[in-house]
Design a protein around this ligand. Structure first.
Ligand SMILES: Cc1cc2nc3c(=O)[nH]c(=O)nc-3n(C[C@H](O)[C@H](O)[C@H](O)COP(=O)(O)OP(=O)(O)OC[C@H]3O[C@@H](n4cnc5c(N)ncnc54)[C@H](O)[C@@H]3O)c2cc1C
Length: 324
């Protein structure tokens, strides 16, 4: 059995969880195995009935699990492994998913490969995985010798595919939690001040770098975003360090990992630490006045020119097309 650990975010399954389910189904097919999903958290029971295409859904629903509580979640996953003896356990390679699985690996004295991007199955068994390191600048091939194999899946490594397969059985997982399991817990969640579409959900992201020159100049990127469907504005570290944009807008190794249909990079050189955050974009359009800028080697489309002329021209043309 492949055990897929899913994450609940805002009373729904996170995008990364759908990707994990897709990977688990693929692994199950190649290893002639079945998939069970584990849903942990307040409201898990209600979400379980929405899942399709897995054999079973294990549920640990508890009023106290209203946020990620590291020890309690690790206790539940460890207990599920002990009760169900899966061959492979796969969780989202998000901050919480990696935190959780590291705790599970330590508790059970097992190996763990985090942020996996590819899986090699030979003779019906998972032999090797490729994992992404240092923000994607190093890919590592790993063979895990301990059993069960613990993995996390790099977000956006594979596209999520919905399944309209059969409705699974839902089973409450008996787990005993003690006070000790709740010694680390979240006291307060302070939402980002940013309103509108998030960088990770946007279908079009417009990034601004040093070439923007000022916080004021980002207004034209906001205007461009408002004319496009499902678009958001992001930035490089130079722009956030200069105080032109909040840190939450940063894309890259130490910022958000985005995967939009289109990334429009304005006045951005294309440093590796930035590119690892946008490399999963389906298309990249770079606007840069330097024809030698490294970003042109990664871009699908390029405009060599001053963004302070190119972006207003784009805005004007979109307004003309939309009649606004
Ligand atoms: C450990 C570490 C982590 C890091 N993490 C991140 C991260 O998460 N995200 C990140 O972005 N960076 C990160 N960095 C920084 C990264 O190395 C680069 O310094 C940064 O991405 C460069 O930002 P930039 O492209 O805006 O600036 P620059 O590299 O200075 O490039 C500016 C570009 O704008 C162009 N330009 C200038 N004026 C105009 C104009 N008028 N019209 C058109 N083009 C113009 C220039 O030709 C140039 O190509 C990290 C660095 C380190 C060491």
């Amino acid at each position: 059995m492949i055990l897929a650990i899913l994450e609940i975010s805002k009373n729904a399954l996170s995008e990364a969880s759908w990707e994990v389910l897709t990977a688990a189904r693929d692994l199950a097919q190649k290893t002639n195995s079945s998939v069970a999903a584990l849903l942990v958290g307040k409201g898990a029971q209600a979400l379980a009935s929405t899942l399709k295409g897995v054999g079973a859904v294990l549920v640990a629903d508890d009023q106290r699990l209203d946020s990620f509580i590291p020890d309690a979640f690790a206790q539940i996953v460890s207990s599920a492994i002990a009760q169900k003896s899966p061959k492979i356990v796969i969780a989202p390679g998000t901050e919480t998913g990696n935190d959780l699985m590291a705790r599970v690996a330590a508790r059970l004295n097992l190996g763990l490969a985090t942020n996996c991007t590819e899986f090699v199955v030979e003779n019906g068994a998972l032999k090797r995985v490729t994992r992404s390191n240092w923000g994607g600048s190093l890919l590592e091939e790993v063979e895990i010798l301990s059993s069960p194999i613990l993995l996390t899946l790099q977000p956006h490594a594979i596209p999520a595919q919905m399944s309209d397969g059969h409705t699974p059985t839902v089973e409450a997982l008996p787990v005993a939690l003690s006070e000790k399991d709740f010694r680390v817990r979240m006291k307060e969640l302070i939402p980002s001040e940013k309103k509108g579409i998030s960088l990770t959900d946007a279908k079009v992201v417009i990034g601004g770098g040093r070439g923007m020159g000022s916080a004021e100049a980002f207004k034209m990127l906001e205007e461009l975003a408002s004319l496009l469907h499902n678009a958001a504005v992001g930035a490089t570290r130079v722009a956030t360090n200069n105080g032109w944009r909040p840190h939450s807008d940063q894309i890259g190794q130490t910022g958000a990992q985005i995967a939009p249909d289109l990334y429009i990079a304005c006045g951005i050189s294309g440093a590796i630490q930035h590119m690892v955050g946008c490399k999963n974009s389906k298309k990249i359009l770079a606007i840069n006045k330097d024809p030698e800028a490294p970003i042109f080697q990664r871009a699908d489309y390029g405009v060599i020119g001053d963004l302070h002329q190119v972006v207003p021209a784009l805005v004007a043309e979109l307004k003309r097309l939309k009649g606004v």
